[in-house]
Design a binder for this molecule. Structure first.
Ligand SMILES: [Zn+2]
Length: 439
């Protein structure tokens, strides 16, 4: 079944998008304050009252919401904070506070994604309307990171810098210094955040190597701890979820892995990390740095998949090409080399370029853009606002765990001549074209 969804700029006034954005931003701040037991009560109340004011402003004078109702709804469905007549769209079913009474991490993704969409809409609609969207006060961190990396000018330096952000999202000060990143990028390496600390220790996610979130859970008998990656698919689907018993004072906790998640099968198994890898060991906070959250989520995390796909093709005898379109002779490729692959071509205009060399001197090219959006609805809107892929890619590729978003994305991408696939599917398609095995 192909679900066809149309988002046209006239179907819904942009102001509804802005109302959703304002409500979500304010409610996110409120939910954080509401659940943050480390903050002084009067500071929390102050933040909650400010956020309430912002939600009222977004709802407009016709839709009052008393403070106690606002507080009650923070623990429920986010959509209930919107005024009547505003469709909840990507806010449908989103909860600010989870069953453990903790702030829900996916909201960070939704907020960033909303900004990307607002930005794309702003670019697409030149005149008028921009006042409300001008609320996007500054460029997102990851955009700063990307332009910082591009400043070095050469493809080689760009690829090295960008892959280092995926390979070293955290490390000792000495390791980070040796990456020799431009200072505008290096500034995003900061001390380990409080949310990832157990006293003076932190634990790296086995998938992305970024510090995991540490929480404590109090029952009547004891206090237990939990360490989970901030990126939900790593925690829920790839084994980055552990518990621990509170150790004696001055000692670091020992992590206990949860039940292993179900394995990825078929084409999706190729790029899946090993869910039974080594259990993360405690690392001292002192002398360690980690990337800020925006660049980690929108550069490190998708970069891991881009690099994994690139490496998987190299492992299947594709030649690494500094730029697309190079001939087998120029690359010194031998007879059984099926084609070439370029990572982040033309300083990251899109993510991967694959040339498959067919018989008779023909070449079949695959131009891929990897998109890891938590909300497929927002990704669909961005594609619509960009009028396709803004870098000229011909394939939108989503992580294997986002397979469920394919019908919606296909419906939107069709009119722009864009293909959609999961990472495993595109690997299989490329290998099939080349006449070799993927999985
Ligand atoms: Zn992770």
């Amino acid at each position: 079944m192909v679900l066809r969804v149309k988002f046209t700029s006239t179907a819904e006034p942009i102001s509804h998008h802005v109302i959703r954005q304002m409500v979500m931003r304010a409610a996110t701040v409120a939910a954080q304050a509401f659940t943050d037991a480390e903050q002084a009560p009067e500071d929390r109340l102050c933040t909650l009252m400010d956020s309430h004011g912002e939600v009222l402003a977004a709802r407009g004078p016709g839709h009052p919401l008393p403070f106690e109702f606002f507080l009650a709804r923070l623990s429920g469905d986010l959509a209930d904070l919107l005024p009547d007549g505003v469709s909840p769209e990507e806010m449908t079913g989103v909860h600010l506070i989870n069953d453990d009474g903790l702030f829900e991490e996916d909201l960070f993704d939704l907020d960033q994604e909303q900004r990307e969409v607002a930005w794309a809409v702003q670019k697409a609609t030149r005149d008028g309307r921009s006042t409300s969207i001008a609320e996007i006060e500054q460029e997102m961190d990851q955009v700063t990171v990307n332009s910082g990396l591009r400043k070095r000018g050469t493809q080689e330096a760009y690829v090295k810098g960008r892959s280092n952000l995926s390979r070293f999202p955290a490390g000792t000060e000495a390791v980070i210094r040796r990456l020799n990143l431009p200072s505008v990028v290096g500034q995003f390496y900061r001390p380990i955040s409080f949310a990832a600390l157990y006293e003076q220790w932190w634990f790296a996610c086995p998938v992305c190597r970024w510090p995991m979130r540490i929480t404590r859970h109090r029952s009547r008998k004891s206090v237990n701890g939990r360490a989970q990656c901030f990126y939900r698919p790593h925690a829920k689907l790839m084994g980055a979820s552990y518990t621990f018993k509170v150790p004696v004072a001055g000692r670091p906790p020992t992590l206990i892995p949860g039940a292993p998640p179900p394995a990825f099968t078929g084409a999706a198994s190729v790029l899946a990390p090993n869910p039974r890898g080594a259990v993360p060991q405690p690392m001292p906070a002192s002398g360690h740095l980690a990337l800020a959250r925006g660049p980690w989520r929108y550069t490190t995390v998708p970069g891991l998949l881009e690099i994994a796909l690139y490496d998987a093709l190299l492992a299947r005898s594709f030649a690494a090409a500094p730029e697309p379109g190079m001939s087998p002779t120029a690359l010194g490729a031998d007879a059984d080399c099926p084609g070439s692959v370029t990572l982040w071509p033309y300083l990251d205009t899109y993510d991967l370029h694959v040339d498959v060399w067919l018989s008779g001197g023909q070449t079949k090219s695959f131009l891929l853009d990897i998109k890891d959006f938590t909300s497929e609805m927002l990704l669909a809107k961005k594609i619509q606002a960009d009028g396709g892929d803004n870098g000229g890619a011909e394939w939108i590729v989503v992580p294997d765990h986002r397979e469920a978003s394919l019908p919606l994305l296909r419906g939107v991408c069709e009119e722009f001549g864009l293909n959609v696939a999961t990472a495993g599917e595109i690997g299989q398609t490329i290998c099939r074209t080349a006449g070799i095995r993927w999985a």
